[in-house]
Design a protein around this ligand. Structure first.
Ligand code: DLL
Length: 433
């Protein structure tokens, strides 16, 4: 089901004209309303007049996550504060959040992008959408919520967690579409098996999964265990949240909502744009955003782009399932975590050394398990065990409040963690995704 054929099936020439007009408008807006961008564009010696064609975008400077952090909270606002209707945030490298501020029109565009996303997975107004993405500052919960409302579907705002209740609701209310992280979908399948729920015989028929890396193998497993069609959906807080790109029934790459976001693939080293089919870093320019519009935002996500019509009838560019990231950001149970955040938190805790190792694993229930090994001062090991326990509890609660996730803390003696001669190895990722 195609939600908006006018934009999703537009011919290439008309789309490019639309994108160019929107891009010019964006650059004008950024120049006149956002000091940060006026300085950046002046320094690069470019302005709206330099945009003769879409390819000219390559002359313009990039925006990076640090720019968002440095201008926290409202330094990139292109509208007045009273026009802001909603804000969302995700973690930045040092724990300073990156902010996305939405005007009424931005929320409408988000609803539109998410209506297309859910339609790609076959949703209509007759569906019951069980939304297990977290509601709150994370964009997953409300993004799906708005899209489902726009379609006119019945939305069950479960948020994440409480799996027994999720399964009961799924059965009793006949949910037809499941929205969650892929790892939580597998966890639910496992819990269902143990609790004697036969999800395959329920009404569930498809699901939208994203917010973290997953694989074709995981897709097969989710589809087999839940008896559904599983679709990959992509987005990021900075750009709008979910609703940036989504799979259709062909399950062969994610369609980018190109009338709303202009995608590029660049060489992460040189910054040069790469042609279709070449692997590189995904960059987005928001074409209609009013609150916090961004020019050439480097997502750090690595993928391939392809243009051309799809068998589903859509003509929008498609991005390949993500291959990874160019930075060290980890996604642990759907939460973005930078090792540097852990390091900053540890420095403030007395008794610890700044030597640590993050060990990631997929537990038997498919959920990420994280062990944080921390070297502690030698004296603590000779003391009563009570002080070690107190320190462990302290680290656990500091991490929980700073990162928003529970880590298993293992205190180790000095010099236990292997030293490396080059860049310190802070992460061991044993998750087989
Ligand atoms: O994860 C938005 C979202 C919510 C997407 C629900 C899909 C579903 P952030 O928390 O800002 O936003 O994290 C964005 O998550 O840059 C990717 O590295 C990763 N990511 C998102 N979707 C996928 C996906 C939301 N389908 C970061 N596959 C992005 C792999 C994904 N990684």
């Amino acid at each position: 089901m195609i939600w908006n054929p006018q934009f999703e099936c537009q011919n290439a020439v008309d789309r490019q004209l639309l994108q160019l007009a929107r891009l010019k408008n964006l650059v004008e807006t950024l120049y006149s309303r956002v000091d940060f961008y006026r300085r950046k564009l002046d320094a690069a010696g470019v302005g709206p007049r330099d945009l003769g064609s879409l390819a000219d975008i390559a002359k313009f400077p990039f925006t990076v996550k640090d720019d968002l952090r440095d201008t926290y909270p409202y330094g990139l606002l292109a509208c007045t504060q009273s026009e802001i209707e909603e804000v969302h945030m995700s973690s930045g490298t040092t724990g300073v959040p990156v902010v996305d501020a939405y005007t009424r029109y931005d929320v409408e565009c988000w609803e539109e992008g998410m209506a297309r996303t859910l339609s790609g997975a076959g949703a209509t107004r007759h569906d019951t959408v069980q939304n297990c993405y977290g509601y709150g500052l994370f964009t997953g919960g409300l993004g799906v919520h708005y899209g489902a409302k726009r379609i006119g579907a019945n939305i069950i705002p479960m948020s994440s967690g409480n799996t027994a209740k999720q399964l009961m609701v799924m059965r009793d209310f006949g949910s037809t579409i499941l929205c969650s992280t892929p790892s939580y979908a597998l966890f639910m399948a496992e819990e269902a098996r143990e609790a004697g729920f036969d999800v395959r015989s329920m009404r569930l028929r498809s699901g939208c999964f994203g917010a973290e890396p997953w694989s074709e193998n995981m897709r097969k497993q989710i589809e087999a265990e839940l008896g559904i069609d599983a679709f990959d959906i992509y987005g990021l807080t900075e750009i709008t949240g979910p609703g940036v790109a989504f799979e259709c029934e062909c399950k062969d790459g994610m369609h980018v909502n190109e009338d709303l976001f202009y995608p590029e693939i660049i060489d992460p080293e040189s910054g040069r744009p790469l042609p279709d089919g070449e692997k590189g870093e995904l960059v987005f320019t928001t074409l209609v955003k009013e609150g916090t519009p961004l020019l050439r935002y480097r997502t750090r996500d690595v993928t391939i782009i392809s243009h051309g019509a799809c068998a589903c009838g859509r003509t929008t560019a498609k991005i390949h399932r993500l291959f990874g990231r160019t930075d060290d950001m980890l996604i642990i149970r759907g939460v973005n975590v930078f090792p540097s955040q852990i390091e900053h938190a540890l420095i403030e805790i007395e008794g610890t050394d700044p030597n640590y190792l993050i060990v990631l694993d997929r537990g038997p229930a498919h959920l990420d398990e994280v062990e944080l090994q921390v070297e502690v001062k030698k004296e603590l090991f000779t003391d009563e065990t009570r002080s070690l326990e107190t320190l462990r509890d302290k680290i656990e609660s500091v991490m929980k409040s700073k990162l928003g996730i529970q880590l298993k803390i293992k205190l180790v003696e000095p010099k236990t963690i292997e030293r490396s001669v080059g860049k310190a190895k802070r992460v061991v990722d044993r998750r087989k995704i």
